[in-house]
Design a protein around this ligand. Structure first.
Ligand SMILES: C=C(O[C@H]1C=CC=C(C(=O)O)[C@@H]1O)C(=O)O
Length: 422
């Protein structure tokens, strides 16, 4: 019932032991504030603009797989757990969290990611949920492994120059017709100077209230971020998907901001980059989600530092398909990988010179009723030891100007650094 390296050595790696699991609704008296919850949670999931907060305290079950395995293995582990959970229909539903690396086939360059492995599935011992003014809780019996405190500080990776060269090389390869789009990312190591996980989460919630602010702890390290990009969400059989790609900075004045928005909506380069994501989602999700509907024109999603082209897509899960199947099929969309997918992944492995780990990977939760929500792990940082490594990328297409793409990546990293180190 646990990860290979934690409490039950008899369990083979990645397998969950076949014992029954039960859950019970618990009353949660709000004796502890957000800071305590964020500090003690193995996993947090906050949607400030929707009044939703979820804190998973302690671990009933943790399963994990090696770095060569991806989200498909996480999906199987969640499905297995859901089957074994004995849930009273009237009770608060337990939530099972899952996360995975971006690319299980990528070279491993940063030992700090080893503690996360290729994927992890986590059933918290106690899950505290706030929806608006309503607090509820659910407790799950399990192994209750002792907290792990082993963590590795994120290592040094590629210097800035190599990212500029990688972008220029990608533009050349795209113009030669080798692929149509690739998303290249960079990272930056920053000292934490005493800033803690609850500090960072509180700042992300304040700075990015419309995003999904999450954290996931493994060993003594924490993977966290404020993702603007839902990957797939399901509620009562309805599925919501999103295409988010194409960016401009926010303007310093309302006039400049509107001008940048008009530029974004009018740019054929940004529209093409965005359209590739819409088409890939329709193609990949089509077999699993019926009656897909979406507006013919993208709108603009505005965040504190940046604005993006945005197309919401919705439909209904086909019989036999699950939210986890949809996530597995969609990842990685061309918003974080590229198109065609195999050539884009190959380009990222060759050109990027960095270890993405879980950056741009899927992360989220599912419940026994089939509901759940997964986002793309963007605008994220890995905190370990006294440092944080920040990650951000940008979509490269034939019309890209390398300097502008590098500028977009730098400005995303600056926004995150401003929140973490201020
Ligand atoms: C890959 C990232 O952003 C993606 C999501 C929105 C807009 C993007 C863009 O315009 O390039 C990227 O596709 C990132 O922030 O690390």
């Amino acid at each position: 019932m646990s990860a290979p390296s934690t409490t039950r050595p008899a369990a083979p790696p990645g397998r969950i032991m076949a014992t029954p699991l039960s859950s019970a609704t618990v009353a949660w008296y709000r004796a502890r504030g957000d800071r305590w919850l964020r500090e003690h949670a193995a996993v947090t999931w906050e949607r400030p603009s929707r009044g939703l907060q979820i804190f998973g305290i302690g671990v009933a079950v943790r399963a994990a797989g090696p770095r060569g395995e991806g989200f498909a293995a996480a999906r199987d582990a969640v499905t297995d757990l859901l089957r074994r959970l004995d849930v009273d229909a009237s009770a608060v539903r337990p939530l099972i969290f899952a996360g995975a690396s971006f690319d299980p086939g990528a070279p491993r360059r940063d030992p700090a990611w080893e503690v996360f492995g290729g994927w992890q599935v986590l059933l918290p011992a106690i899950t505290i949920i706030r929806e608006g003014e309503r607090w509820s809780g659910v407790a799950c019996a399990g192994d209750f492994p002792a907290p792990e405190d082993e963590s590795a500080a994120p290592g040094d990776t590629a210097p800035h120059d190599s990212l500029a060269n990688a972008i220029a090389e990608a533009v050349r390869e795209i113009r030669e017709g080798r692929y149509e789009k690739v998303v290249l990312a960079g990272s930056r190591l920053v000292p934490l100077d005493g800033v803690t996980v609850p500090d960072v989460l509180a700042r992300l919630v304040a700075a990015f209230p419309t995003c999904c602010v999450f954290s996931f702890r493994a060993g003594g390290s924490t993977w966290l971020g404020a993702s603007p990009e839902p990957l797939a969400a399901a509620a009562a059989g309805r599925v919501e998907l999103v295409s988010l790609a194409g960016s401009r900075r926010r303007g310093a004045s309302p006039d400049l901001d509107r001008q940048l928005e008009a530029e974004l909506l009018g740019s054929s380069k940004e529209r093409w980059e965005h359209r590739l994501v819409v088409e890939a989602i329709l193609r990949e999700a089509g077999e699993l989600v019926g009656g897909l509907q979406f507006p013919s024109e993208p709108s603009v999603m505005k965040l504190a530092n940046i604005q993006h082209l945005y197309t919401p897509i919705s439909g209904r899960l086909e019989p036999g398909a699950s939210l986890l199947d949809v996530v597995e099929r969609l990842h990685p969309t061309p918003a974080v990988g590229g198109w065609p997918r195999p050539a884009a992944l190959d380009a990222i492995r060759r050109l990027e010179q960095m270890d993405r780990g879980w950056y741009a990977g899927p992360i989220g939760w599912a419940d026994p009723a089939g509901d759940g929500e997964f986002v793309v792990g963007l605008r994220t940082a890995l905190l370990g030891g006294a440092a944080a490594r920040l990650y951000a990328g940008a979509g490269i297409v034939a019309d890209s100007t390398p300097a502008a793409e590098l500028d977009e990546i730098e400005s995303k990293l600056d926004a995150l650094r401003g929140v973490i180190t201020r």
